[in-house]
Design a protein around this ligand. Structure first.
Ligand code: 1GP
Length: 240
């Protein structure tokens, strides 16, 4: 089964999914064996790879190593076209729907096409929505776009629905890596009740209660990066 169909199946079964996000710029390859061993024995279902600013080749090196160490699907979550690796399993083909910068709505995607043509990556179109989360985040800085106000549930809901109507297969509500505040639960549930495609939620989630609350509110897949980077013991709460 391909990765998207698996996500659809999990959604239909009410089986929640959890991704660890590895940022190639912050991750030390020498720690890969130990780190991925912990991933493999936790409840993590997907490994996302990506970052806002990544040196060329770092993604490729990281994906090669990770693929050797796990059976879990490795999904690119790219901040730029330099983060496309043919050795991953899939790519979230992101369009930043919260912003009005044409580069991140369509230009980068056009530039990615010749690179994707040389791969067998499963391409999963994803409406990416940045929500204000207390302080400026890397996504905001790099893309030069404003996030949507976290209290403007109507606008967030309409943006997510527009993303679905445009043909996206996933909606990703992003508070930004290291966010001060995670996506509000009422925003998650409101978007969940509006769209029919799977919902990804990430940014600022640092403990098991926050994960469970995001799931209860309607997230189908939760993404966590910083909590794993900062606390080695975080995995211990997530043993399968
Ligand atoms: C960022 O949603 C992800 O794109 C993960 O955020 O690093 O805050 O977990 P954190």
């Amino acid at each position: 089964m391909n990765i998207y169909n698996h996500i659809l199946q999990a959604k239909a079964d009410g089986h929640k999914l959890l991704a660890v996000l590895i940022d190639p710029d912050k991750f030390e390859l020498k720690n890969a064996l130990q780190f991925i061993k912990k991933v493999n024995t936790s409840i993590i279902t997907h490994i996302f790879v990506g970052g806002s600013t990544v040196n060329k080749n770092k993604t490729q090196e990281l994906v090669e190593v990770v693929k050797m160490l796990t059976e879990l699907p490795v999904v690119l979550f790219p901040g730029d076209i330099t983060q496309i690796s043919k050795d991953a399993d899939a790519i979230l083909f992101l369009s930043l729907l919260s912003g009005r910068n044409a580069d991140y709505l369509i230009e980068k995607q056009v530039q990615a096409v010749p690179l994707l043509e040389n791969t067998n990556l499963e391409v999963i179109s994803t409406g990416y929505i940045l929500i204000e989360s207390g302080k400026e985040t890397a996504v905001q800085r790099i893309t030069k776009t404003l996030p949507i106000d976290r209290t403007d549930t109507e606008k967030i809901k309409h943006t997510a629905k527009a993303g679905e109507l445009l043909g996206n297969k996933l909606i990703y509500l992003e508070a930004g890596s290291g966010a001060q505040y995670e996506i509000p639960l009422e925003v998650i549930s409101s978007v969940k009740n509006t769209i029919n495609i799977p919902l990804i939620v990430g940014g600022g989630i640092r403990n098991k209660t926050q994960i469970e609350n995001a799931f209860l509110a309607g997230a189908d897949l939760v993404v966590i990066g910083t909590a794993f980077e900062e606390d080695d013991h975080f995995f211990e709460h997530l043993i399968s």
